[in-house]
Design a protein around this ligand. Structure first.
Ligand code: T3D
Length: 262
């Protein structure tokens, strides 16, 4: 039972909705902690084969709750912000490392660290009213929550610097054009399209998706010989899955595969 999250599960998909709509789902400590717990549970559960992260009301999220942030700043015993950021880092690592797909579904604004939590997910679907804002420099901060890592890798260094320095809003259609999101859809179709994508992934070869995440994310940061060595190891693992055998059998029998996620 969560105070600041809504959870629902349907056909192997768990939808986690950040639920502080009165502040556009800004992160306070409690919501961050609950989200980390919910993501950790979803990562462990065999019944969950795809996770969707979204926001209640008119926004995905407005970043760190600035009222909580301001009061902490005025506390003489406040810990350094780098200590506080470790709590976000745990969430980001869980999302990247969980061996199943994670989708960020963005309607309305995604600002500051909420934007970067969305960027840490494997796929992003946006409504056409989405607004992505790397708001940090507006209040004299550098992009945190992995922004300096995810942004240039997704959209290239030039665009990353532009978003971080100018802090201008990027719309949903523009986000799709520059590769910040995979797909932008009309607001009226947003929920249907999100669930269709999530259910499609939940019916896929889950273990292989986990291996694909490992291959892509580790290859980004290593040289070609290491990437090819990694590819060999991961393909050995994929070859040993029940879903690989099912995929080949289904092809030979000219039928649709039924993947168990194993
Ligand atoms: O502590 C650490 O670990 C450091 C980490 C920092 C990471 C960060 O995320 S820094 C960036 C923090 N976020 C921002 O700077 C964004 C602040 N919000 C805005 O600039 C605007 O609200 C938006 C551009 C996101 C949306 O604008 P708009 O016009 O659509 O909505 P609004 O009217 O500004 O907001 C609606 C309400 O939400 C409003 O409250 P009210 O007036 O109705 O009572 C507003 O104050 C509240 N709200 C929006 N964002 C936040 C917030 N309240 C607290 N914290 C927020 N981040």
């Amino acid at each position: 039972n969560f105070q600041h999250l809504l959870l629902r599960q349907e056909e192997g998909v768990v939808v986690i909705t950040m639920n502080r709509p009165e502040v556009l789902n800004a992160f306070n400590d409690a919501m961050l902690q609950e989200l980390t717990e919910a993501v950790e549970e979803a990562a462990k559960s065999d019944d969950v084969r795809c996770l969707v992260l979204t926001g209640a009301g008119r926004a995905f999220g407005s970043g760190q709750d600035l009222s909580a942030f301001a009061s902490a700043q005025h506390n003489a015993e406040a810990q350094p912000v780098s200590e506080h950021l470790k709590k976000y880092h745990r969430l980001l690592s869980l999302i990247r490392e969980m061996p199943k797909p994670v989708i960020a579904a963005i309607r309305g604004v995604a600002a500051g660290i909420s934007c970067n939590v969305a960027l840490s997910c494997d796929l992003r679907i946006a409504a056409d009213n989405a607004r992505f804002i790397e708001a940090f420099a507006r209040i004299g901060l550098v992009p945190d929550g992995g922004g300096g890592y995810f942004l240039p890798r997704l959209i290239g260094l030039g665009k990353a610097l532009e978003m971080a320095m100018l802090t201008d809003e990027v719309s949903g259609p523009e986000a799709e054009r520059i590769g910040l999101v995979n797909k932008c859809v009309p607001l009226a179709e947003f929920e249907t399209e999100t669930m269709a994508l999530a259910k499609r992934l939940a019916q896929g070869p889950t273990r292989t998706y986990g291996l694909i995440k490992q291959l892509m994310y580790q290859s980004l940061d290593c040289d070609l010989p290491s990437a090819l060595e990694l590819e060999g190891r991961l393909q050995d693992a994929a070859k040993a899955t029940a879903d690989h055998r099912e995929g080949v059998n289904a092809f030979l029998q000219k039928r649709r595969p039924h993947y168990s996620g194993k």
